[in-house]
Design a protein around this ligand. Sequence first.
Ligand SMILES: Cc1cc2nc3c(=O)[nH]c(=O)nc-3n(C[C@H](O)[C@H](O)[C@H](O)COP(=O)(O)O)c2cc1C
Length: 203
Amino acid sequence: MTARLLTTTRSFRRRLDPARPVRREDLLECLEVAVCAPSGSNRQPWRFVVVQDPPTRLEISRYYRKGFEQNMSGRTPRPDQLADLASAQYLADHLHEMPALVIVCAVGRPPSGNDRLLTSFYGSVYPAVWNLLLALHDRGLGSCPTTAHLAYEQEVADLLGLPFDEVTQVAMLPVAWLRPGPESLPRRRPASEVTMWDRWGGA
Ligand SMILES: Cc1cc2nc3c(=O)[nH]c(=O)nc-3n(C[C@H](O)[C@H](O)[C@H](O)COP(=O)(O)O)c2cc1C
């Protein structure tokens, strides 16, 4: 069961049901799983802003869409990327309809000039993001990790009253109940192709 949850937790977009409300209690129970994630020195730097207010979701969605369009502009997708891009476009078009947007933050600003500290900064929050995605899926909710709104991080911080100089937004997770649909395995290169033994390149 565990392996199944791990391998079928996808970036859900089209299966997100905008019509069905998501209760705070359900979100909080999933967030309780998120905060079981590891972090450097057990700092637990994660903070979550759950946005359910429709006008605020709409504003965030506008910034998301602008960021998404900037990401897409000038890109020529490979044929095998077209379906993923159509799915991502769908989310950009429907984000404001999603019942909850979870903005995942890290206390502090990204340290500059020290790669090790930078790794620890982001690496101490993303395990919580993944735990949250798993916990949501486990109870029939779905989400997709996104970062497109971060092109407008300052604007969204201002909108939410979030102190930009002290707190960094690292992801935004739209959350909704999942419509029925087939479970699909992710398209990934097998571990055997990306694993080396004893040294870089070692077979
Ligand atoms: C750090 C990160 C940022 C991402 N940003 C976005 C995003 O802004 N918009 C989006 O639609 N998907 C985003 N994704 C989802 C990826 O596109 C998705 O995980 C990938 O295509 C694999 O899809 P799958 O998980 O369904 O197999 C992001 C994923 C990660 C891990």
